[in-house]
Design a binder for this molecule. Structure first.
Ligand code: P1T
Length: 379
């Protein structure tokens, strides 16, 4: 089936009891057993929930995967994935990942004896050079948050296979509508469903999708054993939202292309980061592995003061963490989403005090551009 058909139908059929067309919210923590050792496939709400199962099947279909595992947040999904590892294991991670992912690996998992190499994974030679006998996983984010650097997924999957490593891609910025990492041989695709997949800025969630039966069995165990599962109501909201994912992504991209073009032509903007611009260093790779360029744009305004003035002056854009909702959001990564990344680390990949990040919403494009224009006038 096509993407939109799957988005609307995968994992769902009319409720057998009532015929309800929409998946019910099974708001229950437990299920009555028929007798000792006999139940209907549902025993306890942390272990399994029908609304969650529907969501997992739905997103698994959109990612062209076989199994989906839903979590209470994107970071809970990352946590479950990291629990596949043991003390002494080494992980290669994209140097510019979401600041919370950096914080989790650096401040939490390091204490449990994992080691990390922070690598510019857009350069496969650097990835190869970072592999050690202890390496067990390559964790990439592409495009990265907020620099929008791309990593070659084909190349990462090949290195992973050669060295028998688990490859993981955080696909939050593209959503499965524009990029499906499993199709390139990546083992696990991960999302903060809080972002484009839910798309309405009203749910925190995460998901992992895989084609591997083995990794699925291990992650299903961890999902239950560690316990970071989403509630049924949140699953219902996300399931409702995927029905319009394609429509929203197309509109996000229309807006983002215009925003990138406008910013690139503006004298007060020093640099624009958007994979859809022919000047982007990874534009060729973007065309190869993504079917669109997404709704995220970053821009260098030159100084913290310029960033502050701009952030103070936008009216339609809300100054807020998060991204991927239908409403436009502006973020100053250094003071917000990436506050936990040390200055010397972030400067290596160009994350300066003057960088602002646009999550271009689905409002009328003229209104979005007009807001950016009037705010730049005040810088
Ligand atoms: O917030 P949560 O649902 O736990 O997802 C974490 C996460 C994981 N991966 C990426 C690429 C992300 O961007 C995020 C969360 N990011 C933001 C809150 C932000 O504003 O960038």
């Amino acid at each position: 089936m096509g993407f939109q058909t799957d988005a609307i139908h995968a994992g769902q059929q009319p409720d057998p009891t009532t015929g309800a067309v929409m998946m019910p919210i099974y708001q229950t923590s437990t299920y009555a057993m028929e007798e000792l050792g006999k139940h209907k496939g549902y025993d306890y709400g942390r272990t399994i929930n029908p609304t969650r199962v529907a969501l997992e099947k739905n997103i698994a279909a959109l990612e062209q995967g076989k199994h989906g595992l839903a979590f209470a947040s994107g970071l809970a999904a990352t946590t479950a994935v990291s629990m596949l590892l043991s003390a002494g294991d080494h992980v290669i991670v994209t140097n510019n990942v979401y600041g919370g992912t950096f914080r989790y690996f650096d401040k939490v998992m390091k204490r449990y004896g994992l080691t990390f190499s922070w690598v510019d994974t857009s350069d496969l030679a650097q990835v190869r050079a970072a592999v050690t006998p202890a390496t067990k996983m390559i964790f990439v984010e592409t495009p990265t948050n907020p620099m929008l650097n791309l990593t070659d997924l084909d190349g990462i999957a090949a290195i992973g296979k050669e060295h028998n490593l688990i490859t993981v891609c955080d696909n939050t910025f593209m959503s499965p509508y524009f990029q499906r990492p499993l199709e390139f041989g990546i083992d696990l695709v991960l999302h903060s469903t809080t972002k484009y997949i839910n798309g309405h800025s009203d749910v925190i969630g995460g998901i992992v999708v895989t084609r591997s039966d083995d990794l699925h069995t291990k992650l299903r165990f961890l999902q239950n054993a560690v316990g970071g599962v989403p509630g049924p109501m949140d699953c219902f909201f996300i399931l409702r939202a995927t029905k319009t994912l394609a429509l929203r992504m197309r509109q996000h991209e229309i807006g983002a292309r215009e925003v990138a073009k406008f910013l690139a032509s503006h004298p007060k903007v020093q640099k624009v980061y958007y994979p859809g611009l022919p000047t982007h260093p990874h534009h060729g790779l973007a065309k190869k592995q993504m079917s669109g360029f997404g709704g995220m744009v970053s821009a260098e305004l030159g100084s913290l003061e310029a960033g502050k003035r701009f952030a103070r002056s936008v009216k339609l854009f809300a100054l807020a963490e998060s991204l991927g909702g239908v409403e436009s959001l502006l973020c100053h990564p250094v003071s917000m989403t990436h506050g936990s990344v040390p200055m010397e680390e972030r400067l290596k990949f160009g994350l300066t005090d003057g960088l602002v990040r646009f999550s271009v919403g689905c409002e009328d494009v003229e209104d979005i551009i007009a807001d950016i224009k009037q705010a730049l006038d005040k810088v």
